[in-house]
Design a protein around this ligand. Structure first.
Ligand SMILES: Cc1cc2nc3c(=O)[nH]c(=O)nc-3n(C[C@H](O)[C@H](O)[C@H](O)COP(=O)(O)O)c2cc1C
Length: 347
């Protein structure tokens, strides 16, 4: 798949995930074969004001490339200015893609006319995309939903409008805003949008296993597949997908040892980028996902939630690993079961 001039090694990419797709997690996903990654969504207002937290969110390591920064906002002039800010960053900080969030269902965002609210105003979408495309030579893309609700599933119109206004790809979470994360994603609508446009279409929603990823490509004809929840605590999912898609091979899931070591590495990287106390807090959810399905993980999760420093967390994880090894369980590799539901999700 090629997005503008950006060539992706495979069709399988990591979704933008607020509170989850931090730089260490993106690095782990790229190492395991994700063809592209995205930052968490960041505010276009925050970006043009140079807000410190926003600037931290858009920082990345060179080996994360290709990387997209995802912006949310609704004012074409502000979105264009934010695009300019990103384009004018020094080359090593400049992202490869600029994505627009048109899927976030949360009230705080839609009441500001951003996220999924944009789907109700196709002319505004066109103004935003053309202003952004004119402001930069970086490819502008969008991540959308099927529409606002069951009565207004305008995904095909939106995809055409995006293409007409200069977007270089569209990712589709195959649910409406009203559906949030409930029920099943409607992959048939991804197929309908793919028929309607020439730009790459990236399908998204309910890809839980490598077989699902291959099936989405086959059933919808889409160019790319975006994974969110299936990658939580399981960046190896990309390696398993590639093995299945390219060689028809079913790889074993990661062992307890691999999962715990990744947790420790993730934490170490997060300490470097976010500092000790933020890292210890942010890692709680990641650790819960890394250990999910392992023996006594509930007890360990409670202990992890009580830790106050990264060092204490590392100690706990190493102790857990040695206990598992003592019982010959460090090679244990349960089939990962991705979290369901969106939690506080933003797309
Ligand atoms: C915790 C969480 C955070 C999310 N944050 C974002 C976000 O910042 N931007 C976005 O476009 N979508 C966001 N999403 C939506 C996902 O990118 C994706 O569209 C959705 O989870 C469906 O894909 P999946 O079934 O593979 O998880 C988020 C979802 C979750 C669960």
């Amino acid at each position: 798949m090629k997005i503008g001039d950006v060539q992706l090694e495979s069709p399988f990419v990591l979704a933008p995930l607020a509170g989850v797709s931090d730089s260490p997690f993106r690095q782990l996903a790229r190492e395991q074969g994700a063809a592209a990654v995205y930052t968490e969504m960041v505010s276009s207002d925050g970006l043009i004001r140079g807000n410190k937290m926003t600037m931290d969110y858009i920082a990345f390591e060179p080996h994360e490339r290709p990387i997209g920064v995802q912006l949310f906002g609704s004012d074409p002039a502000v979105m264009a200015d934010a695009t300019r800010v990103l384009s004018e960053l020094p080359p090593e900080q400049r992202p490869d893609l600029i994505d627009i969030n048109m899927g976030c269902p949360v009230r705080k965002v839609v009441t500001r006319n951003a996220g999924a609210a944009l789907l109700q105003d196709v002319p505004l979408i066109e103004r935003i995309v053309s202003a952004m495309a004119a402001a930069s030579d970086l490819p502008v893309t969008a991540k959308i939903r099927l529409g606002w609700d069951g009565q207004s599933r305008n995904v095909v119109d939106v995809a055409r409008a995006l293409e007409g206004a200069g977007a270089k790809a569209v990712a589709i979470h195959a649910r409406t805003r009203a559906e949030k994360f409930e029920g099943h994603a409607h992959w048939d609508m991804i197929a309908a949008a793919k028929q309607a446009v020439g730009i790459p279409v990236i399908g998204n929603g309910d890809v839980r296993t490598p077989a699902d990823a291959v099936r989405m490509l086959e059933q919808t004809g889409c160019d790319g597949v975006m994974l969110g929840r299936a990658a939580f605590g399981d960046p190896w999912v990309f390696k398993r997908i590639l093995a299945l898609a390219e060689r028809g091979e079913e790889l074993a899931p990661p062992t307890a040892e691999e999962r715990l070591q990744a947790g420790v590495r993730h934490l170490g990287m997060l300490v470097k980028t976010a500092g000790e106390s933020v890292a210890a807090k942010e890692m709680r959810k990641h650790v819960a996902w890394y250990i999910k399905g392992l023996p006594h993980s509930h007890k360990v999760r409670e202990q992890v939630n009580r830790t106050r420093s990264a060092a204490e967390m590392v100690e706990l994880l190493n102790l857990y690993l040695s206990e598992l090894a003592a019982h010959g369980l460090d090679r244990f590799a349960p089939e990962p079961s991705p979290p369901t539901g969106g939690g506080g999700a933003s797309g």
